[in-house]
Structure formats: C-alpha cells, structure tokens
Write a protein that binds this ligand. Structure first.
Ligand code: CTP
Ligand code: CA
Length: 230
C-alpha cells in the first residue's frame, strides 16, 4: 500500500472514551441538552483503534457517524447518571479513560412523568435544577497508578487558569484545554487549537490543526504516558 500503516503505539491497551452530549429529561418529550457534536470523542476512538488499542466508546448524543470497527465497542447512554454508571462499569478493565463527553452540569430535580401542558394561568415556567455528579472527578479518585485519565476543559475565558484548576481538582493526568465560543471555537468546528496541561510540565500550546490531528496527537501522548507507567 502507498499508505504507511499507523504505528501500533497502543497495541494491547484498553482505552475507554466518552463522546457527545448528555440529555437530561424534563418530561417524556423534552430534555436539556448541549451543542456537542461528539466529533472529538469519535476522532479519538478512531485514532486509538488505528494505533492498536481495544476501544470502548461510550456515546451520548452525537451528530457525526460512529466508527465501525471490531476494535471499537460502542455503548449508548443518554443521561449523566447513565454515563457515570457506564464509565464505572468499564473503568477497572481499562488502561486509560478519556472524558471527551460534554456532560450536563445540572439536571431537573425531578423529570415529570407526564408531558407538561401549557396552561392559561401562567406564561412562565421555572425548572429547578440540581448539580450532576462530576464523572471525571468521581472516577479519577479510584484510579490505579497504572491508569491514565484525560479530561477536557472548555472555556470561554481565563483558559489556562480554569484548566489548571480542573487538572488539580479533578485528579486528571492530562487536561486538554480549548477556547470555546470565540473565533477559534471548538464546538461544531473542524479545526481545533488546544493546550495540554499535565501536573509535571508547563502548559504545551499545540498549533491549530484538524480535530483528527489533535486526536492522533492526544493518543500518541497517551501511549507515552502508558509506557512510562509500565
Ligand atoms: N465532566 C464530567 N462530569 C461532569 C462535568 C464534566 O466528567 N458532570 C468532565 C468533562 O467530560 C470534561 C471535564 O470534566 O472532561 C471538564 O468539563 P468542563 O465542562 O470543561 O468543566 P466543569 O468541571 O463541568 O466546569 P464548568 O462547566 O463550570 O467550566
Ligand atoms: Ca461543565
């Protein structure tokens, strides 16, 4: 072939990746969601599989096609609660967890059992929300020394300070920080400019590149971290 095969830097490794947005039910016909396309998580899964990993991809709502490969097992979830349960179910078996999912931070306190109807009495509707569990933080607490946990930080301002805080508070080994909402917005965009934060090095600003290229570089970095831990 004219194409050189991808180096198998993750051969024999198990990688757990979450992708897409969660949905929190308001009632049987309505939910709270977000604008995540799931592109980064899916690109990560594809890159990891190309490097020889056995991948479990846990997906919420995605607007891109899912990888069709014997090396990628796909698990579908909807809510944050389901995502947490699925991640916990797979975490002990995995060498690395990459939390690329856009997880709802709040959910309705209680989803209504029946469709909420319009009434003539009021023209406002306040939905009371409660914070969801932080999946990354919860799971990273149970991490073994041989496991690597990667998180993302989506920020509209104070990128490095906020990302640094997330690295520490969540107990992640790597945080991939990106600016959202600005001219180089990460949501629904093909290109991405990220900065890599690790506990033991200064932030590493990567040039702007395609999401596929970012995903490949993240998986390469993950392969190096896993090798160091051998
Ligand atoms: N995350 C998670 N569980 C949550 C919220 C976020 O596991 N309930 C993960 C995301 O998948 C991501 C990282 O935590 O890898 C950071 O998500 P982000 O939304 O940037 O940060 P938050 O901690 O939710 O803080 P905020 O949204 O207020 O910036
Ligand atoms: Ca959040």
């Amino acid at each position: 072939s004219l194409l050189a095969p991808a180096p198998q830097e993750l051969a024999g490794k198990r990688v757990l990746i979450t992708a897409g947005g969660t949905r929190e039910n308001i009632d049987p016909v309505r939910f709270i969601g977000n604008r995540s396309s799931g592109k980064m998580g899916v690109s990560l899964a594809t890159a990891a599989a190309a490097m020889g990993a056995q991948v479990t991809l846990i997906v919420g709502q995605v607007s891109v096609g899912l990888p069709d490969s014997p090396q990628v097992e796909v698990v579908h979830v909807e809510s944050t609660e389901e995502l947490l349960a699925a991640v916990q179910d797979h975490f002990t078996k995995t060498d690395a967890l990459v939390m690329a999912a856009a997880v709802a931070d709040y959910r309705p306190v209680k989803a209504a059992a029946e469709k909420v109807k319009k009434t003539s009495e009021h023209d406002e509707w306040a939905i009371k929300l409660v914070e969801t569990p932080d999946i990354l933080q919860t799971v990273a607490k149970t991490k073994r020394p041989d496991q690597v946990v990667v998180g993302f930080a989506a920020e509209t301002q104070h990128l490095l300070a906020n990302a640094q805080r997330k690295l520490a508070s969540k107990g992640a080994d790597i945080i991939v920080a990106n600016q959202v909402g600005g001219p180089s917005s990460a949501f629904a965009s093909e290109d991405d400019q990220v900065t890599i934060l690790t506990p033991d090095a200064t932030p590493d600003r990567w040039p702007k590149m395609s999401k596929n290229a970012v995903a490949q570089r993240i998986m390469k970095l993950l392969g190096q971290k896993l090798k160091l831990g051998d």
